[in-house]
Design a protein around this ligand. Structure first.
Ligand code: GMT
Length: 365
């Protein structure tokens, strides 16, 4: 098949997942075109397939409006017509499914373009919850030929708050060869957290949990990533006198080596439709302490401990149990790895996307 993919290129789970899907589809013989404003994070620029179609966004000073969605729609139509795309797979309802709808209208019935929309969470729980954007979010979802959500929780939330359209749940996956456990001797009393440091990741709770644990145990906290809360978190770490035991690694393309040394992954998010970061850690054999929100319990399963949002005491107790009891920790770690490999296998998940592409193509008038 010839497949176009549009996603947010910036660091974030949806862009990472879209890139991995594109790579896997190309490896299975499909021709894949990424249609985005920037090369997605983790996109291999040297590869011929998938290839990258940059959306040029020109600024016109007298116009105040941002024309990027219109530029994207025009580029989608151009690539679809030129390459005879079978399917356009867009990640995020707004604005990508909206742009895809416009592209379909530009092409008209002479060149029917099928649109598959994958919902990742922020598009539903934040953007979709904005009453100003709700009608266009609903419209963009309902105008898609197929809709997928990355967890059961997100599918249910979408049905409850936005639209009752049929939604296929297709979970995310990670590269389990890249994120693999190393030798057991590498493990240290280290807690790891990686995210884009948005407020909803509750990195402040990571620090609070660590402070409670560090008061009773020798251990280290490693924070990977960057984002709006980073400076505030650095200040908090300093104010709590924890600077010597907390390391900020910043944004890293590959951090499997860090995960291989960690004993616990801590993800106390306030909102998380899936939790790709938790799955990356699990794949590297790191047991998880996370919150009971969104899709996190579906992902973590028995590869960790789920606590109530904001329950710093319970999270600290769970972390200490894992640090203290090697047999318990190793049991959870083995489950975590098994879940990443067996419950979220890349090839089966790509096969599920291919089946949806074929279904919408077959439904072609
Ligand atoms: O959560 C973020 O900051 C990024 C966001 C995104 O759109 O990239 O992540 C969402 O999609 C990921 C991939 O499906 C999921 O693993 C995240 O849970 C989800 N984030 C939220 O629901 C808040």
């Amino acid at each position: 098949m010839k497949i176009g993919i549009s996603c947010y290129a910036s660091v974030g789970g949806s862009g990472i997942v879209a890139t991995e899907i594109g790579n896997a589809l190309a490896a299975r013989g499909h021709r894949v075109f990424f249609i985005c404003a920037e090369r997605p994070f983790r996109f291999d620029a040297s590869a011929k397939n998938p290839s990258f179609e940059r959306v040029a966004v020109n600024g016109y000073p007298p116009l105040q409006q941002d024309l990027s969605v219109l530029s994207l729609a025009a580029k989608m139509a151009e690539v679809a017509a030129r390459e005879a795309l079978d399917v356009l797979h867009v990640h995020y309802a707004v604005p990508h499914a909206t742009a895809a709808f416009l592209a379909k209208q530009i092409l008209g019935s002479a060149a029917p373009l099928k649109v598959v929309t994958t919902l990742h969470g922020t598009d539903i729980t934040l953007v979709g919850a904005d009453p100003v954007l709700l009608p266009i979010t609903r419209f963009s979802i309902e105008a898609s030929d197929a809709v997928t959500a990355v967890s059961r929780s997100l599918a249910e939330e979408t049905k409850r708050t936005i639209s009752d359209v049929p939604i296929d749940v297709i979970a995310n996956f990670v590269d389990t060869a890249r994120y693999a456990p190393g030798p057991a001797s590498l493990r240290q009393p280290m807690i790891v957290h990686h995210s884009n440091f948005r407020a909803l990741k509750r990195v402040d709770d990571v620090v609070r949990v660590f402070a409670a644990v560090r008061a009773q145990r020798e251990c280290e906290l490693v924070l990977i990533g960057d984002g709006p809360e980073r400076l505030a978190i650095e200040a908090m770490v300093g104010a709590l006198g924890l600077t010597a035991s907390v390391r900020f690694l910043g944004e890293r393309l590959d951090f499997a080596d860090v995960l291989q040394r960690a004993s616990v992954g801590l993800f106390p998010s306030a909102l998380e439709s899936f939790g790709l970061a938790a799955l990356e850690a699990m794949s590297a054999g790191v047991p998880i302490v996370a919150t009971r929100v969104g899709g996190l319990p579906e992902v973590v399963g028995d590869g960790g401990v789920i606590c109530d949002l904001g329950d710093v005491g319970a999270m600290a107790t769970a972390v200490m149990h894992m640090l203290d009891d090697a047999a318990y920790r190793e049991g959870l770690a083995a489950q975590a790895r098994r879940i990443a490999v067996e419950v979220f296998p890349r090839e089966r998940i790509i096969g599920e996307y291919e089946a949806i592409y074929r279904r919408v193509i077959r439904a072609c008038p």
